[in-house]
Design a protein around this ligand. Structure first.
Ligand SMILES: [Fe+2]
Length: 188
C-alpha cells in the first residue's frame, strides 16, 4: 500500500465526523497535491499523503499543545508510526516555524523534528495555501485574507500568518512557476 491510501484512511477516520469542514479542506488540499505530480515525479505519493495528514492535529483527540502542526506530527510519529518524512512535512507545513515562535514552541519543534526537503515543503505549503476552508481553490493572497478574517487580528494564528506571509507567498509562487514551466514544455 502506498502512502496515499494509508493516509486517506487515517485522515478520514480522524476528521470526517468530528470536523467535516476540515475534512473538505483536506480533500481539496490533496487535489492540489495530485496536480503537482508533473513536477514531483516519484515523490508525488509522499506529498499527497502529507496533504491528507497535514491538519489531523486539529482532531479533538489529538490536541495537546494547541499547535496543530506539532500535535499532528507527534501523533504520526508516536501513534501512527508514520514515515519520518511525513512527520517532518506535517510538523513544518505552511511555514509553521513562525507559529511555533509565536507560541513559544520553536525550541520544541526544532528539537523533535528535522525539516524535510525544501521543494517538498514548498509543495505542501502551496497545496494548503491555495485551498480554502471548504476545499475550494483560490489565490494565496485571498487565502491569507480569509485566514485573517476568520481568526481576527489578535489571534495567535493571524499573528503567525503575518510573520509567515513572505515564506508562504514565495513558496506558492515558486511552485506556480514550476507548474508553468512544465506547461510550457508540454506545449512546446
Ligand atoms: Fe490546511
Amino acid at each position: 500500500m502506498g502512502h496515499t491510501e494509508w493516509a486517506y484512511g487515517l485522515a478520514k477516520d480522524l476528521l470526517e465526523t468530528t470536523l467535516p469542514r476540515r475534512w473538505a479542506h483536506t480533500q481539496g488540499v490533496a487535489e492540489q497535491g495530485e496536480r503537482l505530480a508533473s513536477i514531483l515525479g516519484a515523490d508525488s505519493d509522499l506529498l499527497i499523503a502529507a496533504c491528507l495528514l497535514h491538519d489531523i492535529g486539529y482532531a479533538p483527540d489529538l490536541v495537546n499543545t494547541g499547535m496543530h502542526q506539532l500535535d499532528g506530527a507527534r501523533y504520526l510519529r508516536d501513534v501512527a508510526k508514520a514515515d519520518e518524512r511525513l512527520c517532518r512535512l506535517v510538523a513544518y507545513h505552511s511555514c509553521a516555524d513562525n507559529e511555533a515562535r509565536q507560541r513559544d514552541l520553536l525550541d520544541v519543534l526544532v528539537k523533535e523534528f528535522d525539516q524535510e526537503r525544501a521543494d517538498l515543503a514548498r509543495a505542501l505549503t502551496y497545496c494548503d495555501m491555495t485551498t480554502g476552508p471548504d476545499g475550494r481553490h483560490l489565490d494565496v493572497l485571498d487565502r491569507l485574507a480569509e485566514i485573517h478574517s476568520r481568526y481576527g487580528p489578535e489571534h495567535v494564528v493571524s499573528r503567525s500568518i503575518t510573520d509567515a506571509t513572505p515564506c508562504i507567498v514565495s513558496s506558492v509562487r515558486s511552485v506556480e512557476a514550476a507548474l508553468a514551466d512544465v506547461g510550457k514544455a508540454d506545449a512546446g
